[in-house]
Design a protein around this ligand. Structure first.
Ligand code: SAM
Length: 275
């Protein structure tokens, strides 16, 4: 039986908390944000992040495999296994890019369900859509170009929302988390997969050295954009650790937040419920 699928994709404007951009909202004009290690006007960050992903979109998947030695597939598989989705459910993958999570969720909800793949970047969405078609998944996927901070879906539309390696790129993480909470039905869950803080000091040291020296060089050689991958490494180091992320989720109204450390805490899956 198809449940809620049509309503899930009703565009919502009434619930956007603030449709003013940082350029026009006087309260936000002096706001700053980190773009990697650099502090920039908050209003500029989305454009700068957009440029990074436009530049690397065609090589994004290959780089993920090379940088993580394929481990990103296991992290995503584990995250998807925690969705509790059933056939006929509705799920949303935010900052979904090339669609790795959306593809897994689409298989769980089946032909009667629906998955929305949302991303702010047209180039990444295009890669995601092509991969979905190649995987034979067409009927139960919808695509939306939208900002995680102001999701264009109705309140309570989804049984599960995921965001994998996307949150650290967003300018206002709390706004994005609140937006994801808004579109979850009561009892729905958020799966937040993101780089985090390695649990062992020795692992942190090795990982630091590897990520700072190898990843930008690899990005230069394979994706032709060393600066983009330097930003990605810097953004990982600036991202809140497990505890700070859990507190942020609780602050915006998620309940019973659980943390799963993966690969020794290099990555963490936070699961929060919307009651
Ligand atoms: N989720 C995919 C994965 O795990 O492979 C892609 C992750 S990629 C590192 C980050 C994605 O976040 C990019 O596709 C980028 O376009 C998207 N993104 C960045 N800022 C965003 C925003 N404010 N709203 C929605 N998507 C955003």
């Amino acid at each position: 039986m198809t449940r809620r699928a049509p309503a899930a994709f009703h565009y919502s404007t009434a619930n956007h908390r603030n449709n003013m951009s940082a350029h026009t909202d006087p309260l936000r004009q002096n706001e700053r944000a980190f773009f990697g290690n650099r502090e920039v006007p908050a209003a500029d960050k989305a454009g700068m992040v957009g440029e990074v992903f436009r530049s690397v979109a065609s090589r994004y998947d290959l780089m993920n495999d090379l940088m993580s030695f394929g481990a990103h597939r296991l992290w995503k598989r584990f995250a998807a296994s925690q969705s509790a989705l059933r056939r006929g459910d509705c799920a949303l993958d935010v900052a979904g890019g090339s669609g790795d999570m959306a593809r897994r969720l689409a298989r769980q909800v089946g032909a009667d369900g629906m998955v929305a793949l949302a991303d702010i970047n047209a180039a990444m969405l295009e890669v995601g859509r092509d991969k979905m078609i190649d995987a034979g998944l067409c009927g139960n996927i919808a695509y939306a170009r939208c900002d995680a901070e102001k999701l264009c879906f109705a309140d309570g539309a989804f049984d599960c929302v995921s965001i994998a390696f996307g949150l650290r790129n967003v300018t206002r993480m709390e706004d994005a988390l609140a937006s994801m909470r808004r579109v979850l039905r009561p009892g729905g869950r958020l799966l937040l997969l993101e780089f985090s803080k390695p649990l062992l000091p020795l692992l942190e040291k090795i990982y630091d050295r590897y990520s700072l020296s190898v990843i930008p060089a690899l990005g230069g050689a394979v994706a032709g954009d060393e600066a983009a991958y330097r930003y990605l490494v810097e953004s990982i180091r600036k991202h809140p650790d497990q505890e700070a992320m859990k507190e942020m989720m609780l602050r915006v109204g998620f309940d019973e937040v659980r943390v799963h450390n993966l690969s020794g805490g290099i990555v963490a899956l936070h699961i929060g419920w919307a009651y």
